[in-house]
Design a protein around this ligand. Structure first.
Ligand code: UD1
Ligand code: CA
Length: 454
């Protein structure tokens, strides 16, 4: 059992994203709505990491902050100089010295690692191995370290740059993830030197050292997708695509109808109820929950939003953070909802902005209605009661309240509260001038003394 064993997970995140030509640290790039580091830390958490140490580069406050956001208990260690993967692990020496049963070393740039893979590695430690390496058969082994086996036993890992032609022909590669039995971790790690082509302290040298010390080593094999490392933007996109396929498959397996799965983009935390239908070309940003029988129509974009039972969203709808639609709400084309509760059965079917608002149950928001929530300095709320009717092209200037059952005439600019069951009209009164247009045409031009305003 791995359950009773304490586990220190060391996540290496000190690499700079130079090959990505980006000012952002590599591990803060995101796929499926979550940073690379976030994916790794989630897997560590699910696999029962008791203590997590994140090794960051100097001045990487943003990386440390992201680690803390996801795992508030994570310990942050700084690797002052980038001198290799073993050197990075030893930045967390104080955590290793606290003698956990298992020590897992995971790279922050391998976001597809699954908790069950980490659990398999921990099982091998529990079964008596002192050092476990995660291996895979690479389609293209170039650039990966190769696993050198003798008589079925792992005896060394050779980096591409240091490998002989025979070693380069080995197809079994180092996925980068390594695990140590706690008591032997430091004795092995502290023996690693930097006598190689790059002059770096290679974590991979731990294998030969462990063997020389008479320790038992083991290889756990996994599929390549599990250990995809990200060094370039192209790899970021490819890895994101693999993750999207996993997420779509999980949604389909969970009973969601995706009409054209390959056109729907999900986040790792997207949640669906039963019998949800998602039409083609929909994007789910982070933090979206869609309840039973809801329909998300084409070209909609949702982010940190809640869609209630049997609600209809889109086509072309935008649900921004804090949009909370209760059951049977309809949000139609070119309607944007932000930080607003839309109560049961309410409708906003066309061309509206509803922000910082409450829309009561059964209320109808007419085409082109805008909640004017921002006065250039602060945001204000609009509160609309139940079963109200907001006429088309109304501007509701917040802070403002519309009572239950009230009516707002089309084209109104509402600046004062409207009592329940009242009618509010706030627009210019219509003027008719008989024959005016005919006289204009007869004269052939608009005279100075006869402008339409008169
Ligand atoms: C490493 C492995 C290689 C393996 C491959 C799998 C070593 C020596 N090589 O190569 O065998 O096949 O991963 O993807 O381990 N890092 C630090 N500080 C450092 C150096 C690296 O924190 O001083 C971090 C990086 O941020 C990264 C990880 O360690 O997250 C791996 O480093 P990277 O340079 O990407 O190693 P690879 O050359 O890919
Ligand atoms: Ca790498």
């Amino acid at each position: 059992m791995t359950g009773q064993r304490t586990c220190l997970a060391i996540v290496l995140a000190a690499g700079e994203g130079t090959r990505m030509r980006s000012a952002r640290p590599k591990v803060l790039h995101a796929i499926a709505g979550r940073s690379l580091l976030g994916h790794v830390l989630d897997a560590v958490f699910e696999a029962g990491g008791t203590v997590t140490a994140v090794v960051v580069g100097p001045g990487a406050e943003a990386v440390a902050a992201e680690a803390k956001r996801i795992l508030p208990d994570a310990d942050i260690f700084v690797q002052a100089e980038r001198r290799g993967t073993a050197h990075a692990v030893l930045a967390a020496k104080a955590a290793i010295a606290r003698a956990p049963d298992d020590v897992l070393v995971i790279f922050g740039d391998t976001p597809l690692i699954r908790p069950q893979t980490l659990t398999r590695i921990r099982k091998a430690l529990a079964d008596g191995a002192a050092l476990v390496v995660l291996g895979f058969r690479a389609k293209d082994p170039t650039r990966y370290g190769r696993l050198v086996l003798e008589g079925g036993e792992l005896v060394a890992i050779r980096e591409e740059a240091d490998a002989s032609p025979a070693e380069r022909a080995i197809g079994l590669c180092n996925g980068g993830l390594m695990a140590f039995a706690g008591p032997t971790a430091l004795p092995i790690l502290e023996r690693i030197g930097n006598d190689n082509r790059k002059g770096e302290y290679y974590l991979t040298d731990a294998v030969a050292i462990a063997r020389a010390m008479g320790c038992k080593t083991a290889v756990i094999e996994t599929e390549e997708d599990d250990v995809r490392g990200i060094n370039t933007n192209a790899q970021l996109a490819e890895t994101g695509a693999v993750l999207q396929q996993r997420l779509r498959q999980a949604a389909l397996d969970g009973g969601v109808t995706l009409v054209a799965p390959e056109t729907v983009f999900l986040s790792s935390d997207t949640k669906f109820g039963r019998d949800v239908v998602v039409e083609p070309f929909v994007v789910f940003g982070p933090g979206v929950m869609v309840e039973d029988n809801a329909v998300i129509r084409s070209f909609s974009h949702l982010e940190r939003a809640h869609v209630g039972k049997a609600a209809m969203v889109g086509p072309y709808a935008r649900l921004r953070p804090g949009a909370r639609l209760q059951e049977q709400v309809h949000i139609g084309n070119f309607v944007e909802v932000k930080e607003a509760v839309i109560e049961a059965g309410a409708k906003a079917n066309h061309l509206s902005y509803i922000g910082d608002a409450t829309v009561g149950a059964g209320t109808n928001v007419g085409a082109g209605t805008i909640t004017c929530n921002y006065d250039g300095v602060a945001k204000h709320r609009t509160e609309i009661g139940k079963n109200a009717f907001i006429g088309s092209n109304s501007a509701l200037v917040a802070p403002v309240k519309i009572g239950d059952g009230a009516y707002v005439g089309s084209g109104s600019v509402i600046t004062h509260d409207v009592p329940a069951a009242a009618l509010a009209l706030a627009r210019g009164r219509q003027v008719i001038k008989d024959g005016w247009a005919r006289r204009l045409r007869q004269r052939g031009s608009l005279g100075k003394r006869d402008t339409p305003a008169k």
